[in-house]
Ligand binder design. Structure first.
Ligand code: JFZ
Length: 600
């Protein structure tokens, strides 16, 4: 089991965040948990949000309701008695479990996580515990979970059930419904928990054969004991089933990071990225903001390169149809996987504690998989790999590649150069495989990227806290947050291979979905005996062009000035604020300091 403290990026105690923040470059083995074996092999799964909310599909009484589709009851404050009426209309005649499972299987997905009960409280399976369920309350009268269990068994995928254990807007005692049940003092959460949540979870664990996991969500205020009870129940009835991190109180078998969030850094823990194919989980008829397949493939590769699984959502319609644009994208992902699956299934995170300017790296014993998103001209460069490379080839067509390994004496760093054909075999992610001798052994120091840029990521900096109680910390993205004390500062040690003139750029991040922003901070930077000062923008939003899959968090790029570094070698750069704007208590949210080579 993963404890909170071992989860890198979680709110580690402040004392533990004193210098250096540098993480070990080598993967260390996570405590063995045999339940995770299949899951680590799987790497890619389908999330399905399906329920009564697919009927209104984002519109209530003729008005579009903002936000994610499965939250419509909450967002539109629909009374239980009205929402319940939807059940009478639920008749997904186009539903075919076999077809859904085939879509997942064809995409290369190895497991399915489906909403057996979401926050609306409606059971999408035949429940004896509550008549508010798909078999008893709808004209459909079928149990889609039974059908999916059979189809998954037949086609060799694992099935897992999402279950909302804390929020249940249908129940007066549960968490979440304050429009029908505003009086908090009347609520007895444990009554709901004992009489509905636990018995329903038991039904799911005992009536549907072997499950991959129970995927709990939004623990809210449930107690540690309640989280642990759920965990114990799952393990009791299904000793091999997993429990998602969102069971609460760090009781789960693995961690789920924030929605649509992609982790950074050398992740050694087990974690899962969850992503939408458009902007909603549950079906919304007016949401056509489909992520391009390039984004989905790169997010998946990124998750694998950081030791994580990628759980990608589809929101079927009330008729039981998975939206065609999602099916299309999944089909394209399947095409990529047919060629490049070795770089995904059963891999672990790459050995470096930073990403490459051209992409990410996943690994398995004896092999490194270089996922090249940005195909360079002629040659791919990798700094800092100490292992002897035995051979290099493209996964596409197993085409052998020439390479050479040398030492750059100026920076005392190993350099690998792999010759590439002119055209990328895959426009989204072409995989170069390195067969290496022994365990990956890499230089843990931060080095200039092959592109010539220097990425001084916040999470790789040495943190200097003026006061051990300063709120400054790294969030799960490896971004510095709550930097409100201007006396706190960061510095980085790095190696420069190609000297020259650089623009000094500060990349800051907005909070989720571009809500909440704070800029206008004055900062000073010192590097190679040169000092510059500047102001962090409040506008001029721009995504990092090198990481096109970061489409959820907006970055603001502030150019602070220019420096010229004459010689290759080892350097230090410090970032010290002169003033921080923190009216919203957000302060300086730092992604990285970037040195961008100035083209001559
Ligand atoms: C939850 C649900 O409320 C939502 O409807 C959907 O099912 C999603 C997969 O999970 O929403 C969350 C839960 C956690 C975070 C964000 C949204 N989080 O930790 O950032």
């Amino acid at each position: 089991m993963v404890s909170a403290a071992s989860l890198w990026g979680q709110a580690a105690p402040a004392e533990k965040q004193s210098a250096p923040a540098q993480l070990p470059a080598k993967q260390t083995k996570e405590a063995p948990n045999p339940r995770l074996d299949w899951w680590r092999q799987a790497r890619f799964g389908m999330f399905i949000h399906w329920g009564l909310y697919a009927i209104p599909a984002g519109e209530w009484k003729g008005k579009p309701i903002a936000g994610i589709g499965e939250w419509i009851m909450n967002r539109a404050k629909i009374p239980v008695t009205e929402y319940e009426q939807l059940a009478k209309q639920f008749n997904p005649t186009k539903f075919s479990a076999d077809q859904w499972v085939s879509i997942a299987k064809n995409a290369g997905m190895k497991y399915i996580v489906i909403t057996s009960k979401h926050h609306d409280g409606f059971a999408m399976y035949g429940s004896k515990v509550s008549p508010y369920n798909v078999v008893d309350a709808t004209p459909f009268h079928r149990d889609p979970m039974k059908e999916l269990a059979a189809a998954c068994k037949k086609q060799g995928l694992k099935l897992a059930f999402y279950y909302s254990q804390s929020q249940d807007w249908h129940e007066p005692d549960a968490i979440g419904n304050d429009w029908d049940f505003p009086d908090e003092s009347k609520k007895d959460f444990s009554r709901y928990f004992e009489q509905k949540a636990k018995p329903q979870v038991k039904e799911l664990l005992t009536n549907y054969g072997a499950l991959g996991s129970i995927w709990f969500d939004t623990p809210r205020s449930i107690s540690k004991q309640q989280s642990e009870e759920l965990l114990a129940m799952v393990h009791q009835y299904q000793p091999t089933a997993l429990v998602s991190g969102r069971v609460g109180n760090n009781a789960g078998d693995y961690e789920t990071v924030g929605d649509n969030q992609v982790a950074v850094g050398p992740m050694k823990r087990d974690w899962e990225a969850i992503s939408t194919t458009n902007d909603t989980w549950g079906y919304k008829k007016d949401d056509n903001n489909w992520k391009p397949t390039s984004v989905l493939i790169r997010q998946m590769a990124h998750a694998a390169g950081h030791n994580g699984n990628y759980l990608l959502n589809v929101g079927p319609t009330a008729e039981g149809v998975i939206p065609p644009p999602a099916v299309q994208a999944l089909n394209e992902m399947g095409q990529w996987i047919k060629v490049n699956g070795d770089a995904l299934y059963g891999t672990s995170g790459g050995p470096f504690n930073y990403d490459q300017s051209w992409g990410v790296i996943s690994a398995r014993p004896g092999k490194l998989y270089l996922h090249v998103f940005a195909w360079p001209q002629k040659e791919l460069t990798l700094y800092g790999l100490k292992n002897k490379v035995q051979s290099a080839y493209l996964l596409a067509g197993n085409k052998k590649l020439k390479f050479n390994q040398s030492m750059d004496k100026n920076v005392d760093t190993n350099v690998l150069r792999v010759s590439l054909p002119a055209a990328a075999p895959d426009k989204n992610d072409s995989v170069v495989v390195l067969n290496i001798a022994g365990e990956p052994d890499v230089d843990s120091s931060l080095i200039q990227q092959p592109s010539g840029a220097v990425d001084l990521n916040a999470y790789l900096g040495n943190i200097h806290k003026a006061d051990k109680d300063s709120a400054l910390r790294m969030d799960t993205r490896g971004v510095a947050e709550h930097w409100t004390n201007k006396e706190d500062w960061l510095d980085w040690n790095f190696k420069l291979v190609q000297p020259g003139t650089f623009d000094v750029v500060l990349v800051t991040s907005g909070q989720k979905n571009n809500h909440n922003w704070e800029g206008g901070h004055q900062v000073g930077i010192e590097v190679a005996g040169q000092k510059i000062a500047g102001t962090v923008n409040n506008d001029g939003e721009e995504n990092d062009p090198v990481k096109p899959y970061w489409n959820y968090w907006n970055y603001v790029v502030s150019k602070l000035g220019r420096v010229t570094v004459e010689k290759a070698g080892a350097y230090q750069l410090s970032l010290k604020p002169d003033s921080i704007v923190s009216e919203q208590k957000l302060g300086l949210t730092l992604v990285e300091v970037k040195l961008v080579p100035v083209q001559k």
